[in-house]
Design a protein around this ligand. Structure first.
Ligand code: HGY
Ligand code: MN
Ligand code: MN
Length: 421
């Protein structure tokens, strides 16, 4: 069997993507499987069932990360690949799911190929709570996996209803036995390499008519919770000069955040996507507000400047509106640069398979940015139609899905045959 000729089974991959998308189906083409909800459990059970059907050794660790291993000729450190299967509330069918199911397909293709025995084991993983939108920070599971957060700290994270992550993990049956973090990544030594296939979630590949992205790294991410305390009052009787309007202050933060992105320019992006007012009634000046600011940049210095400008505005609005402002960091990751050897392998593999390919940075966060802390890591992107993601309309053409999975297969085969870097 010429390993270089191996290709995945498109129908099997596309069928599994459809089957997983039925869990948490929002009826508009999208999926909602927020981390550690019943829908997340159902999705996990389905994927773990497929892993077990393949006879893989399935390990669940103390934050619910799942790693399924297919043996090699040796017991050396595995080539790992995967992503996440939790979604945002308005999620699509491919964000995360593609990387996990293509990884499963890679293993099924290898196990079905007569006489194929790779030097190294290969392992497909899905990490807990990659989205972080229910239990911040994002990439929480992979952050614990590489020792960037303790399991205890992760278990004590609470969602906006006060539910504790550790309790919901136990409730859905995925509080696993494997220790995390171990002396190295859990549940064992660091992988030989990690590769994540993912949809681009942006417009670049589609715009340039390129099929494969050889991802160079991930931009820095800063999530800041802002709590504003003013005074609820009658919307009709309170003179404008007497208001301590938390709703107005919150809205000013959202406006200022957009201005900061413009002032800094370059790759700076900034969003307030989460905002709650209290008592949230038409005829009451809002007494309090909670919002979360998401700012990102490929340059750490510019991201810090954006944070300083945000804090300056919070001080100004607190003084001018007479409101108290408290902030709490929910996520803070510096920009990550992937291993040149893995980037180059993705690029040359895509070219060998006859696909157009270009290098680009990722605007979205990914589990790969955590694995990059402990082993040579890279990512493979495929185009997102209209650059849409975190939206039920998220779509990637099937030939692009299949091409990405074939590139993953061939990159994995190359890495798993290596005795050393
Ligand atoms: O926030 C992100 O970029 C990712 O979707 N978790
Ligand atoms: Mn993702
Ligand atoms: Mn996402």
């Amino acid at each position: 069997m010429n390993l270089a000729e191996l290709r995945i089974n498109p129908e099997r991959l596309l069928g599994r993507l459809e089957a997983l998308a039925e869990i948490g189906d929002t009826g508009d083409g999208g999926c909602c499987r927020l981390a550690l909800t019943d829908e997340d459990r159902e999705g996990r059970d389905l994927v773990v069932g497929w892993m077990r059907d393949l006879g893989l050794e399935v390990v669940v660790d103390v934050v619910g990360n799942v790693v399924a291993t297919y043996p090699g000729q040796t017991g050396e450190t595995p080539v790992m690949f995967g992503s996440h299967i939790d979604t945002v509330r308005t999620g699509g069918r491919y964000d995360g799911n593609l990387g996990v199911l293509a990884g499963l397909e890679v293993i099924e293709t290898l196990s079905a190929a007569a006489g194929v025995a790779l030097h190294r084991p290969v392992a497909v993983a899905f990490f807990t709570d990659e989205e972080g939108s229910r239990f911040p920070p994002d990439m929480l599971g992979s952050l614990v996996y590489v020792g960037g957060m303790t399991a205890e700290e992760a278990h004590d994270v609470r969602d906006s209803d006060g539910i504790r992550l550790g309790d919901d993990l136990a409730r859905i049956g995925y509080l696993g036995p494997a220790p995390c973090p171990g002396p190295a990544p859990c549940p064992g030594p660091a992988p030989f390499a990690f590769v994540e296939l993912h949809i681009e979630q942006g417009p670049v590949l589609e715009h340039e008519g390129v099929r494969i992205g050889a991802v160079t790294g991930v931009q820095g991410i800063s999530w800041t919770e802002v709590r504003i305390a003013g005074q609820s009052n009658h919307a009709g009787t309170t003179p404008m000069g007497h208001r301590r309007d938390a709703g107005y202050a919150a809205a000013s933060v959202s406006m200022r955040v957009r201005e900061i992105a413009g002032e800094i320019g370059g790759t700076q992006v900034a969003t307030v996507g989460e905002m709650d007012l209290h008592p949230d009634l038409v005829n009451v000046v809002a007494g309090s507000a909670r919002l979360v600011v998401d700012m990102r940049n490929t340059l750490e210095g510019d991201l810090q400047r954006a944070e300083r400008l945000l804090n300056e505005h919070l001080g100004q609005i607190s003084a001018s509106e007479g409101v108290e402002v408290e902030t709490r960091p929910l996520a803070r990751f510096e920009p990550v640069y992937f291993d040149e050897r893995v980037i180059e392998l993705v690029q040359s593999t895509a070219q060998r398979l006859g696909h157009s390919v270009k290098r680009l940075a990722s605007g979205a966060g990914h589990d790969a940015q955590m694995l990059a802390r402990v082993c040579p890591t890279g990512m493979i992107f495929v185009p997102s139609v209209n650059g849409l993601s975190h939206n039920p309309g998220e779509f990637t053409e099937p030939p692009d899905l299949v091409a990405g999975a074939d590139v993953l297969l061939q990159v994995v085969v190359d890495l798993a045959q290596r005795k050393a870097w």
